[in-house]
Design a protein around this ligand. Structure first.
Ligand SMILES: NC(=O)c1ccc[n+]([C@@H]2O[C@H](COP(=O)([O-])OP(=O)(O)OC[C@H]3O[C@@H](n4cnc5c(N)ncnc54)[C@H](O)[C@@H]3O)[C@@H](O)[C@H]2O)c1
Length: 357
C-alpha cells in the first residue's frame, strides 16, 4: 500500500462537505484521521454521510492538533479563523489547506505565508475554479489559438446571499460579496495571468444602508472591478448578493478571432420540468419547480474534487501547489480585493507600479 496523507479536518459544515466528497474519491492517497467542529453533531453527520467510521471526533481544535497524528490540517472554518488555525498547524509542523479567502486581513495572510516558510511546510489555497473542468478546457482552447489573442474577460460569481452568519460582518468575513464570492474570479484571473496585473478601478454598493437588498450586512452586496494585466488583457470581475434563481458562475472570453461563454452552474445536460419540484437543482436555487437544469456532479464540475487531489499529491511530495493555489496566490488575491475596496471607497484608479514605490 502506498503512503497516504493523514488529514485533520477542522470545520464540518458546508465547505467541509465539498472537501469530504473529494477525499472520498481519493482514498488511495488520503485518509481522514480526525474531524473537529465545535458542534460535534456536524462532525457525526459529515462522517455518516460519507460512511466514515475510523476517525477521531473533536470539538476543540487545540486539543485535536495536540493529540492527532496527522500530516495536514484542512481548514473549513469561517474566514476570521483561518489565520488562527493555520498558525497553530504550522507550529505543529503540519501542511495546511485553507479555504478562501486566505484570511480577513492582508497582515494575517502575510503571517500565514511566513509561518509556512518558517515551518518548511506548505500552505495550499483552495481556489476550486482553478480545477473546474470547463474552465480548464476553455483555457486549452485559448492556448491552441482557436479564439485568437484574448482581449477581454468577464467573470462573475453571484447569488442571493451567504448562508453563513459570519458573512454579515466585516470583522468576521473581511468584507462583503467581493471578498466572499469575488475571490473566485479574482483568483482565477490572477492565476491565469501569473499575478501580473497593472491597474484596477472598482465600485461597490458600499455596505449597510447603501446596499441594494442586504441592509443589515456590513459589507457590500454588489461589486465590480475592471482590472488590466501586463499582457494587455482587460477583465471585468463581478460579485453580488442580488442574484436570485441559483448561483451564477459565468466567464466570457473575447478574443481577436472568436469568443467563449462558460457557465459552470447552469450547463447541465438535463432540462427538467417538475410540478412537485426536484429535491436539488443547483446551489442557492430558491425553488425547483417548473423548468430547471439539475446539476450533474456539481462538486466535480466546480473543481473541488481535482483541487483536493492536487493538494494531496503535492503534500505527499512536500511540493508547492500550482500557480493560483499557493499561499502566496491567496495572499495576492486578498491584496487585490483590498485594493478593490480602496478604489471603490476613494473613487480612484490604482496602479500596481504605484504600490512598489
Ligand atoms: N470554495 C467554495 O466554493 C466555498 C464555499 C463555501 C464556503 N467556503 C469557505 O469555507 C469556509 C467555511 O464556510 P462554511 O460555509 O463551510 O461554514 P460556516 O462559516 O457556516 O461554519 C463553519 C463551521 O465551523 C465551525 N466552527 C466555528 N468556529 C469553530 C472553532 N473555533 N472550532 C471548531 N469549529 C468551529 C462551525 O461550528 C461550523 O460548523 C469559509 O471560509 C468560506 O468562505 C468556500
Amino acid at each position: 500500500m502506498g503512503k497516504k496523507v493523514r488529514i485533520l479536518m477542522v470545520g464540518a459544515a458546508f465547505s467541509a462537505d465539498l472537501h469530504m466528497d473529494a477525499y472520498a474519491r481519493s482514498t488511495d492517497i488520503a485518509q481522514i484521521v480526525a474531524i473537529c467542529d465545535k458542534d460535534l453533531k456536524r462532525v457525526e453527520s459529515l462522517a455518516q454521510r460519507y460512511g466514515l467510521t475510523d476517525y477521531a471526533a473533536y470539538d476543540d481544535y487545540e486539543k485535536a492538533i495536540e493529540e492527532v497524528d496527522c500530516d495536514l490540517v484542512d481548514i473549513c472554518l469561517p474566514n476570521f479563523l483561518h489565520h488562527w488555525a493555520a498558525m497553530i498547524a504550522f507550529k505543529k509542523g503540519k501542511h495546511v489547506i485553507s479555504e478562501k479567502p486566505l484570511a480577513t486581513t492582508v497582515e494575517d495572510a502575510e503571517e500565514m505565508v511566513r509561518a509556512a516558510e518558517k515551518a518548511g511546510k506548505k500552505l495550499y489555497y483552495a481556489e476550486d475554479w482553478m480545477f473546474a473542468p470547463a474552465l480548464l478546457k476553455a483555457w486549452s482552447i485559448v492556448e491552441e489559438g482557436a479564439i485568437g489573442t484574448p482581449l477581454y474577460i468577464r467573470a462573475r460569481e453571484c447569488h442571493s446571499g451567504s448562508h453563513s452568519p459570519f458573512a454579515q460582518t466585516i470583522k468576521y468575513c473581511g468584507g462583503g460579496c467581493m471578498v466572499h464570492l469575488g475571490c473566485h474570479p479574482v483568483s482565477f484571473l490572477l492565476g491565469l495571468k501569473n499575478n501580473q496585473w497593472t491597474e484596477l478601478v472598482a465600485m461597490t454598493s458600499g455596505g449597510g444602508d447603501n446596499n441594494f437588498i442586504h441592509k443589515k450586512m456590513e459589507g457590500e452586496d454588489w461589486s465590480a472591478c475592471i482590472i488590466k494585466f501586463a499582457d494587455g488583457t482587460s477583465a471585468l470581475l463581478e460579485a453580488n448578493y442580488i442574484t436570485v434563481g441559483g448561483m451564477e458562475d459565468v466567464i466570457d472570453i473575447y478574443g481577436t478571432k472568436g469568443r467563449m461563454h462558460i457557465d459552470l452552474t447552469f450547463s447541465s445536460a438535463i432540462n427538467c420540468f417538475s410540478i412537485p419540484g426536484v429535491s436539488y437543482t443547483v446551489e442557492k436555487a430558491e425553488i425547483t419547480t417548473g423548468w430547471s437544469k439539475p446539476a450533474v456532479d456539481e462538486k466535480f464540475n466546480l473543481g473541488y474534487v481535482n483541487e483536493i487531489r492536487h493538494f494531496i499529491e503535492c503534500a505527499l511530495e512536500n511540493k508547492d501547489a500550482k500557480i493560483g493555489l499557493r499561499g502566496i496566490d491567496g495572499l495576492e488575491t486578498l491584496k487585490v480585493i483590498n485594493l478593490i475596496y480602496k478604489s471603490a471607497r476613494e473613487g480612484i484608479k490604482i496602479t500596481n507600479d504605484s504600490l512598489k514605490k
